[in-house]
Design a protein around this ligand. Structure first.
Ligand code: NAD
Length: 264
């Protein structure tokens, strides 16, 4: 892979699994020095660090175990990243969780957790790391939103509210930094083949007494016109482009990667 990010540094939240790990691997392969964050067993985290080191042909990356629902831990992670990497040129706000329920039964603690991790964490990391980017006249902020930042689905009130908030936050920050050399964009994937999305298949199959294949085809992919998963690597390639040297005029965008979902 072309080393388009040689000399750049990146902090990717929620990068021990799924889309975040895919993006960390892709940015490392393009030459960036990265720092990981996220939960997992020691074996899972060690495997993620090894995968990123292999892709980047370099040492194993630092990993922060900060819980992003806690602003104090989150700010400490940003400071730790600036210390470990020298500076943070690229911030990918990716960590996210999901919970589904009709609104009137939606547990308050799930609402609070989803808003904290999927929305407020992005605010806190941007607030902490943007000053350094502006001072250096270069930076890339990529918020992994969702198709649910653009359209709604039932039983996802907190997730849809948080992801619409992420798209709004992205636009506001983009306007504030439009002449600074820093950009802020959102990526809005449809269903991506990751643990978070695959976990939704079995409950739908069990609830409806159908196979997992039928649950995928008739329920999850009902809204995704391509009728297939978006792959992690497809999202990571989009993130790589947005973080790269040729994307300085892409700012404030909500970039769909959803097999046509948003077009319907
Ligand atoms: P995943 O469950 O595979 O990974 C989530 C990551 O976030 C993990 O590394 C996990 O440890 C981390 N995380 C969760 N809670 C955390 C916390 N409190 N503090 C720190 N880290 C935490 O999920 P994924 O599917 O890769 O999702 C990544 C992002 O992409 C999320 O924001 C999600 O909403 C978004 N997204 C996913 C899909 C999809 O279909 N998979 C579609 C659209 C958007």
């Amino acid at each position: 892979m072309e080393q388009t990010l040689a000399g750049r540094t990146a902090l990717i939240t929620g990068s021990t699994s799924g889309i975040g790990l895919g993006i960390a691997t892709m940015l490392a392969a393009a030459g960036a020095r990265v720092m990981l964050n996220g939960f997992g067993s020691p074996e899972d985290i060690a495997a993620a660090r090894r995968a990123v080191a292999k892709a980047g042909n370099g040492p194993e990356p630092e990993h922060s175990a900060a819980d992003l629902s806690d602003p104090a831990q989150l700010r400490a992670m940003c400071a730790e990243a600036e210390k470990a990497l020298g500076q943070v040129d690229i911030l990918v706000n990716n960590a996210g969780i999901q919970f589904t329920s009709p609104v009137e039964e939606f547990p308050d603690d799930k609402w609070n957790a989803i808003i904290a991790i999927n929305l407020s964490a992005n605010f806190h990391t941007i607030k902490a790391l943007l000053p350094g980017m502006k001072a250096r006249n270069w930076g890339r902020i990529v918020n992994i939103a969702s198709i649910h930042g653009l359209v709604a689905s039932p039983e996802k009130v907190a997730y849809v509210a948080a992801k619409h908030g992420v798209v709004g936050m992205t636009k506001t920050v983009a306007l504030e930094i439009a002449r600074s050399g820093v950009t802020c964009n959102a990526i809005c994937p449809g269903f991506v083949r990751t643990p978070l999305a695959e976990k939704q298949v079995r409950p739908i199959a069990e609830k409806n007494g159908i196979s997992e294949e039928a649950a995928l085809a008739d329920h999850l992919f009902a809204k995704q016109p391509s009728k297939r998963w978006v792959e992690v690597e497809e999202v990571a390639r989009m993130a790589l482009y947005v973080c790269g040297p040729d994307s300085g005029s892409i700012n404030g965008a909500a970039l769909s990667i959803d097999g046509g979902w948003a077009a319907a």
